[in-house]
Design a binder for this molecule. Structure first.
Ligand SMILES: *[C@@H]1O[C@H](CO)[C@@H](O)[C@H](O)[C@H]1NC(C)=O
Ligand SMILES: *[C@@H]1O[C@H](CO)[C@@H](O)[C@H](O)[C@H]1NC(C)=O
Ligand SMILES: *[C@@H]1O[C@H](CO)[C@@H](O)[C@H](O)[C@H]1NC(C)=O
Length: 316
């Protein structure tokens, strides 16, 4: 009996939290145009990434959708052009789980583009075993590959920004970073994907903080955003036919849709007021004090993580 009550209370608590975060979602109200600007959105083929890409295209930006699925990438390009009336949208192949692919993509962008103003590191995975480079798959896509991409594109971002309007990097974090750890040995291990997911999100927060520090008074700013609990396809896989449909239904009912989830990233990418922030963490279009006051912000760990990351991604 007592156990049942506890279980019910727990479920109720989760439901209340989910309904709360869905109903307190903030929509980015900025009307700012992005004519003449260039943006890259990783994972811009579906879900939140697609919503972000559509929004930036509608504001007049040249948008490059980067993802590892040819068909979905081409379809997204078509869809975004139709939606926005902006012809300046392009799909480029990028597989974040491979360092070689990241380097190839970055080289192509640097050759082909004269400017890059916005980099939205939206792509992420929640499951997977090992990458071809021998790292945990989730860790490589969400953190290592994303960091390599960012650092390779940094010179182009720097060249394109100015003191008035810095170029912007947006990293996608998650509240799960709160249960994450900096486990430098764990990168080479398989294991529970949810833990690697949380760890990857903590690492991307620390990277955002450290890069922000290094970019101080440069022409680029970097911030992390929390999309909240978004009902993407991530949750559909791995559930069987009995619990699959009800679970999918429940998640659809309680979670934010991709449009709602994309708003904080859009805010950080375009809004005038977000321009003043650097190395910060946004929830619901607002900076939280997490970056400044959180337990994880230990300078020694952050520096160790940075050094180790540069070794693994072989960034000179
Ligand atoms: C995950 O990768 C490890 C190391 O390569 C391997 O031993 C293990 O069998 C893999 N697990 C699955 C489920 O593929
Ligand atoms: C889900 O699984 C299907 C087939 O197993 C796969 O094609 C698809 O890419 C997976 N989706 C995600 C989001 O992992
Ligand atoms: C990180 O690398 C720098 C430069 O190589 C070095 O000076 C510093 O001591 C390293 N920090 C840690 C914590 O290993």
């Amino acid at each position: 009996m007592t156990v049942l009550v506890i279980i019910y209370c727990f479920i109720l608590l989760i439901l209340i939290l989910a309904v709360y975060q869905k109903n307190t979602n903030v929509i980015c109200k900025s009307k700012r145009r992005l004519d003449g600007k260039t943006a890259i959105v990783t994972g811009g083929n579906s879900g939140m990434g697609l919503e972000i890409a559509k929004d930036l295209a509608l504001r007049g930006a040249r948008v490059i959708v980067a993802c590892p699925f040819e068909d979905e990438g081409n379809a997204a390009q078509e869809l975004i052009i139709q939606y926005s009336g902006n012809q300046n949208v392009q799909f480029e192949y990028l597989d974040l789980s491979s360092f070689a692919s990241v380097r190839k993509f970055a080289t192509k962008v640097i050759e082909q583009e004269t400017k890059l103003h916005i980099l939205v590191n939206n792509a992420g995975v929640a499951a997977g075993n090992m990458s071809t480079d021998g790292n945990n798959y989730v860790m490589q896509v969400n953190y290592l590959g994303t960091v390599l991409l960012t650092l390779l594109l940094l010179p182009l971002l720097e060249k394109s920004g100015d003191q008035e309007e810095q170029s912007r990097i947006i990293n996608t974090a998650s509240l799960t970073h709160k249960i994450g750890r900096v486990n430098l040995e764990g990168w080479k291990q398989s294991g529970l994907s949810i833990l690697h997911y949380a760890n990857s999100k903590l690492c991307i927060m620390l990277f955002t903080y450290e890069l922000g520090k290094r970019l101080k008074s440069s022409r680029v700013i970097v911030n992390a955003v929390d999309p909240g609990f978004v009902g993407t396809q991530i949750y559909k896989n791995g559930t069987n036919i009995i619990i699959g449909p009800p679970l999918t239904f429940l998640i659809a009912l309680l979670s934010k849709n991709p449009f709602e989830g994309s708003q904080t990233a859009i805010h950080a990418a375009v809004c005038e007021s977000a321009r003043k922030q650097n190395g910060q963490y946004f929830i619901n279009c607002k900076v939280t004090n997490t970056a400044e006051s959180s337990w994880y912000r230990d300078d020694k760990t952050t520096e160790l993580l940075w050094n180790k990351t540069m070794d693994v991604i072989k960034f000179e």
